[in-house]
Design a protein around this ligand. Structure first.
Ligand SMILES: Nc1nc2c(ncn2[C@@H]2O[C@H](COP(=O)(O)OP(=O)(O)OP(=O)(O)O)[C@@H](O)[C@H]2O)c(=O)[nH]1
Ligand SMILES: [Mg+2]
Length: 217
C-alpha cells in the first residue's frame, strides 16, 4: 500500500512546542542538505514541503502524519547556517534541541549528510549529542547524484565509523535512489515492521505535483 503524508502540525517556537503522543522520526541536518526534498521524495509529492536553493528555507518544525497509521515524519529547520544572526541560530538550535530531548515518542533521527562534504563540525556535534542521548541515528548521505560511486563508498565507510558501524543510506531526491532502503529503516524504527513494507513493495513512485497546491503555505 502506498503511504500518504499529510502536514498535521507546525511548530514555530517554544510556546507551541507540543509533539503528538505517537511514534515519530525527525529529519535533521545542516541547512540546504536536502531534508525537505527528501521528505517530498518519500511522500512522492514535489511540493509538500517547501524547498529552496537558498539555505534557511524551513523555519518551523513540521510534523507530517504517515497514513495509514498514527506515526510521523518531522521536518526540522537546518542547523549551521552561517548567514543567520547569532541570536537566530541560537533560537533554532534551542528549539530543535528542546524538541529532540523532550519528545519521548521520538524513535530515531535521520541525520542527513551531504555526500560532497567531509564531516562538518556541526554534523559531528549532532551525531555525538544524539548518541550520548541514546537516540538512534539513521545516517543518510544526500545528493548522491552529485557524487561519483567511489566518493559515495568512501563517504559511506567514513560515516559508518562515526555512526557506530551502520552504513548510511545512499540517497538522491532527484533520482529516487535509496528510497526503499530508507523507508525500510524508517518503518523498522517506527514499529511498522517488515510485515507491512507498504511503499517499499511498490518501488519508487513517480513524483506527483498535488492538484490542491501546497498545504504548507
Ligand atoms: N542534485 C540534488 N539536489 C538536491 C537534492 N536534494 C535537495 N537538493 C537541492 O538542494 C537544495 C536544498 O534542498 P532543501 O530540501 O530545501 O534543503 P533543506 O535541508 O530542507 O534546507 P533548510 O530547510 O534550509 O534547512 C535545493 O535546491 C534542492 O533542490 C538531491 O538529492 N540532489
Ligand atoms: Mg527544509
Amino acid at each position: 500500500m502506498r503511504k500518504i503524508l499529510h502536514l498535521e502540525k507546525t511548530i514555530y517556537g517554544q510556546a507551541d512546542l507540543v509533539a503528538p503522543d505517537a511514534p515519530q522520526i525527525a529529519l535533521a541536518g545542516r541547512s540546504n542538505v536536502g531534508k525537505s526534498s527528501l521528505l517530498n521524495r518519500l511522500a512522492g509529492r514535489k511540493q509538500l514541503a517547501k524547498t529552496s536553493s537558498t539555505p534557511g528555507k524551513t523555519q518551523s518544525i513540521n510534523l507530517y502524519r504517515i497514513e495509514p497509521g498514527d506515526v510521523y515524519l518531522v521536518d526540522l529547520p537546518g542547523y549551521g547556517y552561517a548567514r543567520r544572526s547569532k541570536e537566530e541560530r541560537a533560537k533554532w538550535a534551542e528549539l530543535i534541541e528542546r524538541y529532540l530531548s523532550g519528545t519521548a515518542w521520538l524513535r530515531a533521527v535521520a541525520v542527513l549528510l551531504d555526500c560532497r562534504l567531509t564531516p562538518q563540525a556541526s554534523d559531528l556535534d549532532m551525531v555525538a549529542w544524539l548518541r550520548a542521548s541514546d537516540i538512534p541515528v539513521i545516517g543518510v548521505l544526500t545528493k548522491i547524484d552529485k557524487c561519483k560511486k567511489r566518493e559515495q563508498q568512501s563517504q559511506q565507510n567514513r560515516w559508518a565509523g562515526l555512526l557506530g558501524g551502520e552504513k548510511p543510506v545512499l540517497f538522491s531526491s532527484v533520482t529516487g535512489a535509496g528510497y526503499e532502503d530508507l523507508w525500510r529503516r524508517i518503518d523498522i524504527r517506527l514499529g511498522i515492521g517488515e510485515d507491512q513494507p507498504a511503499a517499499a513493495s511498490e518501488g519508487t513512485p513517480e513524483i506527483e505535483t498535488p492538484a490542491s497546491g501546497n498545504p504548507e503555505s
